[in-house]
Write a protein that binds this ligand. Structure first.
Ligand SMILES: NC(=O)c1ccc[n+]([C@@H]2O[C@H](COP(=O)([O-])OP(=O)(O)OC[C@H]3O[C@@H](n4cnc5c(N)ncnc54)[C@H](O)[C@@H]3O)[C@@H](O)[C@H]2O)c1
Ligand SMILES: O=C(O)C(=O)C[C@@H](O)[C@H](O)[C@H](O)COP(=O)(O)O
Ligand SMILES: [Zn+2]
Length: 360
């Protein structure tokens, strides 16, 4: 087991990552320190992993809620259902919520914790690759709105993250691939050496070789923790973690939440952001070709769905990075070097949106 720390002053916390963590009730009981706990999970995850967590918490467990799985649940009605259960179980200010599942359960539980009685603690126990490499770290919590992804949310850091990589054994193939998109994102925005490391390990990743996957989780957490420690509330640099999301969130919302998985939409969105970067002279053809080749070898979607330019622009106008002055883009100024730009000419953006994909 490895421990990494997210340094955020009095909101600092540990990420515990490794195998067999959910099989150790004494250790779990020591990490989940709150005097009363309430678990939120979904109906794919709970049959596998809820019993061991339940056993570890013993008398301190005050209730649990198992939601239907899927992105469609990340919405206000479900949040309201969560609050009904917290009220029924008399969950007070010294209690903590435990998110056992993927990013949907994590984002929803985190936001419930941020709101309940004006804010209680919560723990992340991520069980998807995507949640272990990204969603469980950094304290972005939210639900979707029909008008846009994650429009209603809060920054609320977990007390600890417990990423048991053994849980990935039961994760469906499509979900595992979606997680690889956020892995590639971390390399493209911040770490050219990690990009080369991934290129050399495509077969191991495709075979879900546990040691390689474990190292991948740790390294992504290292990158994300560093960015979040520098800019917790996305006043500036943290926006690089949004690479591919300006486009990806449109795909998710416009097609209906859950049609494209978040990671799939981010993958196609990263290619669009690279095309835009190339159009602006920031990225060269060879760099784009190299990044897309890696994504194709990892069997990630690299082409966006056909949407009208007006549809793209309308959804993008609600992107949270946008300011009154206009849209803000995360672009690549070379592989492993993300930059944030407010001055992309609309004509260039329209050109990119009008093409399905501009092959170099
Ligand atoms: N807060 C953040 O920083 C952040 C970062 C990235 C993504 N997100 C959000 O995360 C969400 C996507 O998360 P996700 O990809 O984990 O999706 P998810 O939570 O929907 O999980 C994917 C699917 O796998 C199932 N599952 C989860 N773990 C399993 C396991 N171990 N075995 C078998 N089945 C399992 C789930 O039931 C679900 O059907 C999106 O809403 C996205 O916006 C948030
Ligand atoms: O942690 C961040 O910051 C991210 O942007 C990580 C993203 O992978 C994640 O999907 C996040 O939820 C997107 O944030 P949003 O602010 O665009 O909703
Ligand atoms: Zn994401």
């Amino acid at each position: 087991m490895h421990r990494l720390d997210v340094e955020l002053g009095d909101r600092s916390y540990a990420i515990h990552a490794g195998g067999d963590l959910l099989a150790d009730p004494e250790w779990l009981a020591r990490v989940l320190t709150a005097p009363a706990l309430f678990i939120i999970s979904d109906d794919n995850v709970a049959p596998h992993y809820l019993p061991s967590l339940r056993a570890a918490l013993g008398q301190r467990l005050r209730g649990e809620l198992v939601l239907p799985a899927g992105e469609a649940q990340k919405q206000l009605d479900t949040l309201s259902r969560v609050f009904d259960h917290l009220a029924e179980c008399r969950i007070g200010r010294d209690a903590a919520l435990v998110a056992l599942g993927g990013g949907v359960v994590g984002d929803l539980t985190g936001f419930a914790a941020a709101c309940w009685q004006r804010g209680i603690d919560f723990y992340q126990v991520p069980t998807t690759l995507l949640a272990q490499v990204d969603a469980s770290v950094g304290g972005k919590t939210a639900v979707n709105h029909p008008a846009g992804k994650n429009l209603i949310g809060a920054f609320h850091q977990p007390r600890a993250v417990i990423a048991d990589t053994d849980t990935l054994a039961t994760l469906p193939e499509r979900e595992f691939r979606a997680g690889l998109a956020e892995v590639v994102k971390h390399a493209l925005i911040a770490d050219p050496d990690f990009l080369a490391w991934l290129e050399a390990r495509v077969e191991a990743l495709n075979a879900r070789e546990p040691e390689t996957v474990g190292e991948t989780v740790l390294h992504c957490c290292r990158i994300k923790a560093a960015v979040v420690s520098e800019d917790e509330r996305e006043r500036g640099r943290r926006a690089i973690l949004n690479f591919g999301h300006t486009f990806g969130h449109v795909i998710e919302g416009a097609l209906g939440y859950g049609q494209w998985l978040h990671g799939e939409a981010v993958a196609a969105g990263m290619v669009q952001a690279m095309v835009l970067s190339r159009t602006l002279g920031l990225l060269n053809e060879e760099e784009q070709r190299r990044a897309v080749a890696l994504m194709e070898r990892l069997k990630l979607p690299c082409e966006p769905p056909a949407l009208s330019v007006d549809t793209w622009l309308e959804w993008m106008s609600r992107d949270k990075k946008a300011t009154s002055a206009g849209l803000r883009f995360v672009l690549l100024d070379g592989l492993g070097r993300a930059i944030i730009r407010d001055d992309v000419p609309e004509s260039r953006l329209r050109e990119v949106l009008a093409c399905e994909m501009q092959s170099p």
